[in-house]
Structures are given as C-alpha cells and as structure tokens.
Design a protein around this ligand. Structure first.
Ligand SMILES: NC(=O)c1ccc[n+]([C@@H]2O[C@H](COP(=O)([O-])OP(=O)(O)OC[C@H]3O[C@@H](n4cnc5c(N)ncnc54)[C@H](OP(=O)(O)O)[C@@H]3O)[C@@H](O)[C@H]2O)c1
Length: 314
C-alpha cells in the first residue's frame, strides 16, 4: 500500500509498506481520509521530547506511519469483532492513518455521521473530542470564552459551547474572525486590534500564550480554566509546566484549573456523531491534500494559519 513512512523522528517520505493485519478487537480500514492536527506534527518531529517518554517511542516513533484521525470503510474484521461489518463507513482514531489501509481498534471507532463526507468525518475525532470533553458541565446562560477559536479544537469548542446554550466569545486573529462568527460565536474578539477583556464562567484556552494569573483575573470566583494546549513552550516540555503549575495552584484557589488530556474513545466519537447528525456541529475543513502531499499538510497545520481543519484524502 502507499503510505507516508516515518522511521525516525523528524524525517518521513512517501513510499510503500505491507498492508497491516488486524488483531484481536481490531478492523482493517480502507482509509478514505486522515485528519491533521498539531499532534500529527508533534509525533512527526518527536517534539516536545516529553512525548517520547509518555508512550510514543523513545528512540523513534512506534508507528511507522503518521496520522491518528481517520475515516474509512471496514474491509476486514480481526478476531472477536462483532461491533462492525465489512463495508461499514466509520471514523475514529488509529495508528498510521496516512496510508491506503490502517488497522484501528473498535474501541476507538464510531459510525460515520450520516450526510458527512469522509473528509469531514476525519476532521472530527481528536479536535472535536477534545472540545467535547473540555466543555463538559457547561450550562445554558454561562459565559464561555474560547481562545484560539479559529483553530482545530477551538472551532469545535465554539459550536459545542453554543449547542450547550452558553454565551460564547471567540478570540482569534484577524483572518479567522469571519470563520469564528460563522460558527455561531456571540462575540468575536480580534486580539490584534482590541484587548480581550470580560468575566467568564469558563475560559477554554487553545492558544496558550496568556499567563495563568491573567486568565484567572477574567474568571468568576468559581470559574473554570481549561488548558487545552500551547505551542509556546520549549522543545523539551512544550509548555507542559503551565499545566503542572495549574495542578498545584488548584489546591489554593476557588477557581478550577483543568489541564485537559483528551481520551480517544468510541463513546466520545459516538457523541460527536449525534451532534453532527442533529445539525449542532460541523467540521470546518479548510483544505484537503492528497496522500502524496501528506507532509505538506502537516507543515500547513504547523503554520497556524489554518482556518479550522486540514485533511488528507485518499
Ligand atoms: N489536551 C489535549 O488533549 C489536546 C488535544 C488536542 C490538541 N491539543 C493542543 O491544543 C493546542 C491547540 O490545538 P489545535 O489543533 O486547535 O491547534 P491549531 O489548529 O493550530 O489552533 C490553535 C489556535 O491558537 C492560536 N495560536 C496558535 N499559536 C499561538 C500562539 N503562540 N499564541 C497565541 N495564539 C496562538 C491560533 O489562532 P490565532 O491565529 O487566531 O491566534 C490557532 O488558530 C495545540 O497546542 C495542540 O497540541 C491538546
């Protein structure tokens, strides 16, 4: 099969590999699309170095193919699989989505939402799942601010917070303003022309460049700060120290500081499917790249200029 092949951190090329064989509880997918996010770039480069020590491979990547977000058609069942049949259209996560075929555990797959393309479905799992999990507990009428609202996770967070009945303020740079408004934000702050001010019940931070103290000052006394991620840290920890500081600070303050670690699970993807089919969530796919240009797709995401999501289609 054709695939983007990655034997070492920091180097990959378009090549050929054997088609993988599904094991217990796994299916073989004919991949139709692979989602691209900052995580894809992190796993390609092995940076921050911390991630090499949390299960992704110390000397080199465990998976010879990048890409986790996937959508496709089930073509073969591994032993013990009863949840899906050959021919089912699914989406979820796997190891090695930048290929014509990939093996995925059924514990990380759900049926593709009716009425969506494979590209849209592949753009959903990690970014959509992160937004969903980070906004649990939001109630109607609460004031929610989404920082990085025009990016992959943020564009879903705006929509999900709106579907929960919150009053949503999206914060982004100029070229993302129209997108964030179109996703349903009640207010959009272009931080390049105006200061981001106000008081919020929840701040959902996908940008990562504001200090904890600055954000705490913009929270109600019992408000919640969800730390999704940051690209502002160094090559070693990648800004993880901000999450560590939040854990310690949590012991002493009335506000809730939540370093988010998303779970990739079938039930989360099932919730996304329901939201999409109800018309409450759509995947804002800015651009599709062919598999042979998968590395360009990752670089494009790294540029941080993407409006919403980028997908590789096969
Ligand atoms: N915790 C988890 O489990 C989890 C899951 C998924 C992703 N993440 C992390 O969450 C972060 C956001 O992911 P994403 O996929 O949404 O990324 P993305 O598509 O690049 O979006 C991030 C947005 O934040 C803003 N931004 C980027 N760098 C910034 C900087 N240095 N200072 C200020 N704003 C900046 C950009 O918007 P503007 O141009 O408008 O500033 C960008 O649209 C990444 O660090 C990612 O690794 C964490």
């Amino acid at each position: 099969m054709k695939a983007v092949v990655q034997r070492r951190y920091g180097s990959a090329s378009f090549g050929e590999l054997d088609v993988p064989v599904p094991g217990q509880g796994e299916v073989l997918l004919e991949v139709r699309a692979a989602g691209v996010d900052m995580g894809t770039w992190h796993l390609l480069t092995g940076k921050p170095y911390l991630l090499r020590y949390i299960g992704f491979g110390v000397r080199g990547p465990k998976s010879p193919v990048p890409g986790r977000d996937v959508s496709g058609v089930v073509t073969r069942l591994g032993p013990g699989v009863t949840e899906f049949a050959v021919g089912d259209e699914v989406f979820g996560t796997c190891e090695g989505a930048f290929a014509e075929y990939a093996v995925a555990p059924v514990s990380r797959l759900a049926r593709k939402p009716a009425g969506t393309s494979f590209a849209e479905a592949a753009a959903l799992p990690i970014s959509g799942g992160t937004a969903l999990q980070g906004l649990r507990g939001v109630r109607a009428g609460q004031r929610v601010a989404v920082l990085g609202a025009g990016g992959g996770v943020g564009s879903y967070a705006v929509q999900i917070a709106k579907s929960l009945g919150a009053h949503v303020t999206g914060v982004c740079s100029t070229r993302k303003v129209e997108l964030v408004r179109s996703l349903g934000a009640d207010e959009v702050v272009d931080y390049t022309v105006a200061d981001f001010t106000g008081t919020f019940d929840l701040i959902f931070d996908c940008g990562g460049n504001r200090s904890l103290s600055k954000m705490r000052k913009m929270l109600t006394p019992r408000g919640t700060l969800v730390l999704v991620g940051a690209e502002t840290g160094g090559a070693v920890t990648g800004g993880f120290e901000r999450s560590l500081a939040a854990v310690v600070l949590n012991l002493f303050v009335s506000q809730k500081l939540v370093p988010l670690m998303t779970a990739e699970r079938a039930d989360v993807f099932e919730e996304l499917r329901v939201l999409v089919e109800a018309g409450s969530l759509k995947a804002p796919v800015e651009r599709e790249f062919p598999l042979s240009e998968g590395l360009d797709a990752i670089e494009h995401v790294y540029s941080r200029r993407v409006l919403g999501k980028v997908v590789v289609t096969i």
